[in-house]
Design a protein. Structure first.
Length: 133
């Protein structure tokens, strides 16, 4: 398909499956938190583990590998004694951080309201349960 501007570059149709694949990068439980924790600059694994409350060592490793594979962060091995590894956002990762910052801020602002709504819903759901005879 020729683009409307007459250029020779073909128009790429958006494939919903490809879009969903990209959204999986940010849709998992830990990726955005890791990206947020890297927003202030490079971090070592232990610093990320400490800053990402509740994440297991294995899950942090899986998340970091996935984000590295997707081009969101870089992994650098420093040849010092003892050797250490640091992680840093790529330019694309920095744009992801900018794009998702409002969502993370919304989450923080609304956490109490969400917890209250869940408790009210759970109370209503419990009272609606039929009592055993």
């Amino acid at each position: 398909m020729t683009p409307p501007d007459g250029s020779s570059e073909p128009v790429r149709r958006q494939d919903p499956c490809r879009t969903a694949d990209v959204l999986n990068i940010v849709g998992d439980k830990w990726s955005l938190l890791v990206v947020r924790n890297l927003s202030q600059g490079p971090r070592r694994f232990t610093e990320l583990k400490r800053a990402t409350t509740g994440i297991s060592q294995r899950m942090l490793t899986v998340t970091l590998r996935s984000l590295e594979r997707d081009g969101i962060l870089t992994r650098t091995v420093h040849n010092v004694m003892p050797p250490h590894v640091s992680y840093e956002l790529t330019p694309m990762g920095a744009t992801l951080r900018e794009a998702t910052a409002p969502l993370l801020e919304w989450s923080t602002r609304n956490l109490d309201g969400i917890e209250s709504a869940r408790a009210a819903y759970d109370t209503r759901a419990e009272s609606a349960q039929p009592t055993p005879s």
